[in-house]
Design a protein around this ligand. Structure first.
Ligand code: SF4
Length: 254
């Protein structure tokens, strides 16, 4: 499923309520430095275009949509950066965040600004500074174990959980950690980030990161990899309970 507009929705988000989406990535193909086996945008393709939506175009579309929503008295709960890939890869991500804050303050001051990110660009100080300005910087960590993360997220570069955790610590406890839990098989290997070993490594990562909140969820739509299974709400809630016991707020997406 690809979003074919720079600004889309509003849609009802399981986690964020009425969400007006912003897609900084190409409208005709996915662009991401991960290739998660559960990605709702499908697999990365060789045909992907490294053509980001232009800052001015995004600003224009967002202002126009917010004006309409204001005139109809239908405000979004969240203006959410997601779309066809990884938003923080946009070379003007920080400037676009500034534009969005200005437009949100003008047209929908109660709306939160949320960024759904795979956290791969947080070695970049400008990206971190921008993420610290938004209400919800929601960063992905699907496992505390490198091998499992490589299997689930298929990073397109060298990826180290230890490094990502270190960079997440720069978000000064403002970030929200999001984790997709799933089971199945992929590429002839078992995939399961819910085993005792996995959960213990993930809880250790949480203790090091100290996020403001943890959002956990499972598969909701068709996945590019076959043979993946979603977890029940009861299973997710059991995992959330272990997080709550550590003193953190945990939200399970229904
Ligand atoms: S990080 Fe997000 S956009 Fe990128 S492959 Fe994973 S699910 Fe898809």
């Amino acid at each position: 499923m690809l979003f074919n507009e720079p600004v889309f929705g509003p849609i009802h988000s399981r986690r964020l309520g009425i969400s007006l989406g912003i897609n900084l990535l190409p409208t005709e193909s996915k662009l991401c430095n991960f290739d998660c086996i559960y990605c709702e945008c499908g697999w990365n393709t060789k045909a992907e275009k490294k053509k980001f939506n232009l800052r001015n175009e995004i600003k224009k579309h967002l202002e126009s949509r917010l004006k309409i929503m204001k005139s109809e008295n239908k405000y979004p709960d969240s203006i959410t950066f997601s779309g066809n890939g990884e938003p923080t890869m946009h070379p003007e991500f920080a400037e676009i965040i500034d534009d969005t804050i200005m437009l949100r303050n003008k047209y929908a001051p109660a709306a939160k600004i949320s960024v759904l990110s795979n956290a791969t660009m947080i070695a970049n100080a400008n990206v971190v500074a921008a993420l610290l300005k938004v209400d919800n910087a929601i960063l992905k960590l699907d496992s505390g174990i490198d091998e499992t993360a490589r299997l689930i997220n298929k990073p397109q570069f060298s990826y180290s959980i230890d490094k990502i955790i270190e960079y997440m610590q720069n978000l000064k406890k403002q970030m929200i950690l999001q984790t997709m839990f799933l089971r199945g098989t992929y590429d002839g290997k078992d995939v399961d980030n819910t085993t005792e070993t996995e959960i213990n490594a993930w809880l250790d990562a949480i203790k090091r990161i100290e996020p403001r909140e943890i959002m956990i969820y499972t598969i909701d739509r068709k996945t590019p990899a076959d043979n993946l299974q979603k977890l029940s709400f009861a299973e997710l809630d059991k995992i959330a309970e272990q997080v709550r016991k550590l003193g953190y707020k945990a939200q399970v997406a229904k």
